[in-house]
Design a protein around this ligand. Sequence first.
Ligand code: ADP
Ligand code: GLC
Length: 473
Amino acid sequence: MSKILMVASEVAPFLKTGGLADVMGSLPAALVRAGESVTVVMPRYRGVDAPDFYRLREDLPVWLNGFRHRTDIDACDRDGVRYLFVDAPWFYNRDGVYSSGGKDWGDNHIRYGVLCLAALAIAREIESPDIFHVHDWQAALLPVYQKSWFGGDPRLMRARTLLTIHNLGYQGQFGPEAMGELGLEQRLFDAGEMEFHGQVNLLKGGLVASDWLTTVSPTYGREIQTPEYGFGLDGLLRARSGNLTGILNGVDYRDWDPATDRFLPANYSPEELSGKLACKRDLIEYFGLPPEAMERPLIGIVSRFAEQKGFDLIEHIAGALADEPMTLIALGSGSPHWENMFRNLTTWRPDKFAHWIGFSNEMAHRIEAGSDIFLMPSRYEPCGLNQIYSLKYGTPPIVRATGGLDDTIEEGTGFKFHEHSPDALLETVRYAIRTWFDRDGWQDRMKRGMAKDFSWDQSARAYQDLYSHLLTR
Ligand code: ADP
Ligand code: GLC
């Protein structure tokens, strides 16, 4: 058994804006089932609370630039995992997690620097791990601080560091003054360390300082070593390719199974599919779509509205889609441009398009279940979870063959297109719509997807093997 201390900016069910939270809410428990001991550290943002929270430590000091920041450590224990919450209201008790009114908090580097330092303080004073497993740029400073500040502290230096890249598109970049504000030595502001085009790049710092790197699918692990997908860090990733592994995410079927899903108006399974029709009817009525929509395939989208997700392609083909025998429902929020696009489509053709702008876990489940086809035309996708959920919900996905989408979807369970182009997408959507009208063939396709198993056990074993490898190196 190894002792793993994970650090991340979001963890379901406590706080979620995307798939990172789903992973952080399920991988630790899978590791515990496999015999590891896991503690997870995240910020105590506004609203992060539950009846089983208790205070583990009063006033664990975090020093930064001669300032003593007070942090209290709250905790709860679930599924054998200990979750620790860094309570520092000055930094985390705000009306947005990463931003407010569309603008990132100007002190995000300090907020996440404090998170990493608090995790190191926990390791020194509360429980010392064998492995620090940190996720994305928000936790990437931990290995940097470990090596540059605590090189002389054997309790901290014994631990190996593993950084998981969930999305290379988000690197945490700040002006050069961030070096001083983070108390980091000027020598680290170098192209071989954390300098990147004149900025301080926190993810890059972690990519250089960590003992090992992983990302969330084998294909994305290869893609990020190319200029097309590398966001300028492909050279560094190629140089570290001997210490970089792609491990596919799993999913938690306790939360995502149509047979038990508590958000659905009716449950269903591969043996008894009738509940799925009830879910479709519920969605169509809820969104005020015409009853004829029951006779056409319903295409669902649940997504952050970000550049990465390929909405530019949807924008190009929306006019043509309206002429197809289909209906489309989109749930999401993010870029005002894509929010407005869906609002405009609904105003233009309320018989063909519907939307929900915002974040609703319940609606995400209802759309997974009530749709016939799920749409994910991502420009890039490190892993992607919704396409895996949609397999389980008997909602064959249309995906672009990239990253984890390529690794999880086959022609027999969904529909893939390769080139990032409107024509390629439109052709594939038309093919999927035609295929839907062949009812028997469609049910076979649904059932093949529903039979797929992407539970965590296998991926958790891959992480375990990597931890052991790191500890014996
Ligand atoms: P990413 O992490 O890039 O956003 P993933 O597919 O890995 O993409 O995970 C997204 C997760 O966030 C899924 O669980 C999905 O259901 C959820 N999600 C995304 N947008 C919304 C939304 N608007 N409302 C509710 N859940 C959402
Ligand atoms: C990121 C990626 C997504 C992945 C998720 C969890 O947000 O965009 O593809 O599934 O992290 O690893």
